[in-house]
Design a binder for this molecule. Structure first.
Ligand code: HEM
Length: 467
């Protein structure tokens, strides 16, 4: 191995000197030091972490040599303890067995049924919540609202529509308080003993127990009833291993919690950034409204419409390029490895910095500009491999990708037909990078009813062309 090619380092003392910049905005700090070090740098946090925004390097550890990489200690130890050993947190043979068994469950037929659940929930939300805001031209935080909507859509898709709202709210509170607890422990590990003294640990354990009891009871009820609901829980109950055996209640619980945690904040954050970007780019918003009306008019979308909602998807894809909800994916090498002639040491974590990858000028022209045209069918073909990974890459690619895309296409298309979100004049962009790239002050808007243009395909008096 060429000894001269060493990964540049930022030592602990420099990291400590930059503590306030790091604390203020970790994402921008990472971007700065990666840019200063030509796309690859080793930092001390105090454990060693290699950071990169280079497509080749990321493709290497997520895909080409993925067998040499596992989830990091943070996920294996801390997060697994909180949310169980489901697809996101498990590793090795057990993960592979689960992934092989569960993957077919996310097939087209299942998504067709789930599409109906999604549309019903979105309509319910608009009729019962957003309409009232629009009536009063109310100022709201779209991040809060999209979080509520995405969580409801996900829980109903998971547990079916008979799952009571009271239980959804209880689980929602437990999932977010547990997320906050993990975050506190991750950012301030030195306070761990304090959490035992101040009661946070005990409270978190209590909430987890209640959460698990609600879900297990629901699983048992469903098993007893033998009802077929076409939701994700049915999919998990029907999942069979190669030997024909089925998952235990504990395994179904673990997988359910992982789907809830991995699937709600990611979508909510993405949709919120999308509203922000649309507010900043009225010409794209107009084009989006026209394309939705041209393709589905004012009818409820179905699974069959997903393909024709191509422009909303382009807008969402471009929004995930600029603001990837999952902004960082890390792995731990099981053995020493070599990437581009540089040594990656066993046990030293390596992280794909997606925020930087998606704005790397080597792969994107005018990288900070919002231009959904980058994701037209034609332009997509020109993208550098591994330069765009909002759903990850390699065998651990997000299992909920099709689910999430459809959900977000439906939410954006259905809401934009009915409302106009006017950005608050003092809306600024800053991040609160937790596990997801959250806008730190939310997305503040005034809600108005959308007035359709006279030429719009569904404006009064206009007759839809018969195809
Ligand atoms: C915009 C929405 C979403 C984004 C940006 C997103 C992003 C990601 C990313 C980047 C990964 C890979 C993590 C890694 O390699 O370490 C991942 C994994 C995963 N996601 Fe998503 N996700 C989204 C929505 C969803 C939804 C809706 C679900 C469930 C219904 C879901 C379930 C999962 C699961 C279970 C994994 C782990 C897969 C495995 O390791 O086998 N995600 N997601």
């Amino acid at each position: 191995m060429d000894k001269k090619k060493k990964i540049p380092k930022v030592g602990l003392s420099k990291m400590l000197l930059n503590y306030s910049a790091m604390n203020e905005n970790l994402v921008l700090y990472f971007k700065k030091i990666i840019d200063e070090n030509n796309g690859l740098v080793k930092v001390k946090l105090p454990y060693s972490l290699v950071l990169t925004d280079r497509a080749e390097v990321i493709g290497h550890f997520l895909q080409k040599n993925n067998k040499n990489y596992r989830k990091t200690a943070l996920i294996r130890n801390t997060i697994r303890k909180e949310i169980g050993n489901g697809l996101f947190t498990s590793d090795g043979d057990y993960w592979l067995k689960q992934r092989r068994a569960i993957q077919p469950g996310f097939h087209k037929k299942r998504l067709e049924g789930i599409a109906r659940i999604m549309v019903e929930e979105i309509n319910h939300y608009m009729d019962n919540v957003m309409d009232a805001y629009a009536e009063n031209n109310q100022e709201i935080d779209l991040l809060d609202e999209m979080a509520k909507l995405a969580f409801k859509v996900l829980t109903k898709s998971l547990f079916g529509q008979e799952f009571e709202d009271g239980k959804i709210n209880a689980i929602g509170e437990m999932v977010s308080s547990s997320q906050q607890y993990v975050m506190n422990r991750t950012l301030k590990p030195y306070l761990k003993p304090w959490y035992y003294v101040n009661g946070d640990y005990a409270e978190n354990e209590r909430l987890k127990k209640v959460r698990d009891e609600i879900i297990i009871e629901f699983i048992e009820d469903r098993k007893r009833s033998g009802e077929k609901v076409d939701d994700l829980l049915d999919m998990l109950l029907e999942t069979e291993y190669e030997d024909g055996s089925k998952m235990s209640n504990q395994q179904i619980l673990d997988e359910t919690i992982v789907l809830l945690v991995a699937g709600h904040e990611t979508s909510a954050v993405t949709i919120s950034w999308t509203w922000y970007l649309l507010g900043m780019h009225p010409e794209v918003e107009d084009k989006l409204v026209d394309s939705v009306l041209e393709n589905i008019g004012d009818k409820d979308p179905t699974f069959a419409d997903v393909r024709s909602l191509a422009y909303p998807l382009q807008v969402l894809e471009e929004s995930m390029r600029l603001y990837p909800a999952v902004w960082f994916i890390d792995r731990e090498p099981l053995e020493d490895d070599e990437i581009e002639g540089m040594k990656i040491k066993k046990g030293e974590d390596i992280g794909a910095f997606l925020y930087g990858l998606h704005r790397n000028p080597a792969y994107w022209e005018n990288p900070d500009e919002f231009d959904p045209n980058r994701f037209s069918a034609e332009n997509k073909k020109k993208q550098t491999p591994y330069s765009y990974l909002p759903y990850g890459g390699g065998p651990r690619l997000c299992i909920g990708k099709n689910f999430a895309q459809m959900e977000m296409q439906f939410i954006v298309s259905m809401l934009i037909r009915r409302y106009k979100f006017v950005l608050s004049p003092d809306q600024e962009v800053s991040f609160k990078p937790l596990f997801t790239l959250c806008p730190s002050n939310g997305i503040k808007v005034r809600v108005e009813k959308r007035v359709l243009k006279e030429t719009s395909p569904v404006a009064e008096g206009y007759e839809m062309p018969v195809s």
